[in-house]
Design a protein around this ligand. Structure first.
Ligand code: ACO
Length: 322
């Protein structure tokens, strides 16, 4: 059996840093509260006019370079995003054109914070069954565009960025399994309750904005991710001690710690970027992965557990040998 293996990683962040101290001047909050409850110190914010595709392109080019893949070799483009440049074409098609590609399939996947895991799961199947030899999988977001900057319970959490991987076939090892879940009954807990085909009036009046019942999301995230750890390990006949690195979605350091405890992993084996990036939704896992690959922490042959939980609710995991 052939596997889909991660051949290279890349990422890109906008230049502008928004610190907790700046947020203190915008809403009634404090650096101490944000750090203690979330672990976030700062986040990056896209410049006016800087789009999701603008962040995705350099991330994709870096991943291609790391994989030793020329853009014209790419035969599949999947972009996970909740904040596309426009309603259509998809951000994947916009990215495909910027990379000078034409003809191969390109499409977006929307599963909010779990988007990258969903995109990886889809692309992995293309590679494994021989339909793709070089798949570009990107998570990219400009979440700052849908943040209500007057709502202290959400505006301190989110940031912008992009990460990417290139997948290719490998006879020996690679992605071992992916596990995807959703439960749409929880829509009110975490939602942007206006859009194209509903609430046109509201869209014009106030624009889209994230609304969240933080405590509910927190509880469901911890519970679902703990069950997901068991599911991913059991599916591969692996135990808690077998995972080398946890590369989690970066929403909140307390959620991440709970998952690490469940895995029996010390925090030194957890890739943490939440302090500098905040929650970049679909971009957070490939951003973290790229950081740990480039600084030499993650090495070839090591076993990674990537996992995420987000609006929908959606949640998912990918167990991969790097
Ligand atoms: N600064 C200061 N005080 C605040 C802030 C803030 N930025 N935000 C809320 N508070 C206040 C609340 O008003 C509340 O005050 P009250 O007790 O007087 O009513 C108090 O702090 C406690 O609020 P809680 O919501 O209970 O605080 P909690 O400890 O649950 O932390 C948080 C809130 C950080 C949002 C947490 O619930 C959380 O992380 N939830 C997960 C949400 C998340 O990560 N969502 C992202 C998308 S989904 C995902 O990626 C997993």
């Amino acid at each position: 059996m052939s596997y889909a293996r991660i051949l290279g990683t890349g990422s890109h962040l906008p230049e502008r840093v928004l610190t907790n101290a700046e947020l203190e001047r915008m809403v009634e909050t404090s650096d101490a509260w944000i750090r203690e409850r979330t672990g976030i110190r700062e986040r990056r914010i896209a410049a006016p006019g800087e789009t999701t595709c603008d962040l995705a392109e350099p991330a994709a080019r870096r991943a291609l370079e790391a994989a030793g893949t020329a853009p014209e070799e790419v035969d599949l483009v999947v972009v996970a995003t909740t904040t596309p440049d426009q309603v259509f074409p998809s951000t994947a098609c916009l990215l495909q054109a910027r990379l000078g590609l034409a003809g191969c399939p390109a499409f977006d996947v929307q599963a909010v914070c779990t988007g990258f895991i969903y995109a990886l799961a889809v692309a992995e199947r293309f590679v494994r069954d021989g339909a793709s030899r070089r798949a570009l999988v990107v998570g990219a977001e400009t979440l700052s565009r849908i943040v209500d900057w007057s709502d202290r319970s959400t505006c301190v959490l989110f940031g912008d960025g992009a990460g990417a991987v290139v997948l290719g076939p490998d006879e020996e090892t690679g992605i071992l399994s992916t596990h995807l879940h959703a439960d749409g009954r929880h829509e009110p807990c975490l939602t942007v309750p206006c859009g194209i085909s509903r609430d046109q009036e509201r869209l014009r009046r106030e624009g889209p904005a994230i609304r969240m019942q933080g405590r509910e999301v927190f509880k469901m995230a911890v519970r679902s991710l703990e069950a997901l750890v068991d599911e991913a390990l059991e599916a591969n006949g692996l135990g808690r001690g077998d995972v080398d690195w946890l590369v989690p979605h970066q929403a909140n350091h307390r959620i991440i710690e709970a998952t690490a405890r469940k895995l029996g992993l010390p925090m030194e084996r957890v890739v943490l970027t939440v302090a500098e990036h905040g929650n970049t939704s679909a971009a957070s896992i490939p951003l973290a992965l790229d950081q740990a690959v480039r600084d030499g922490r993650i090495r070839r042959g090591e076993l990674l557990l990537m996992e995420a939980f987000g609006a929908g609710f959606t949640w998912g995991a990918c167990l991969a040998r790097y």
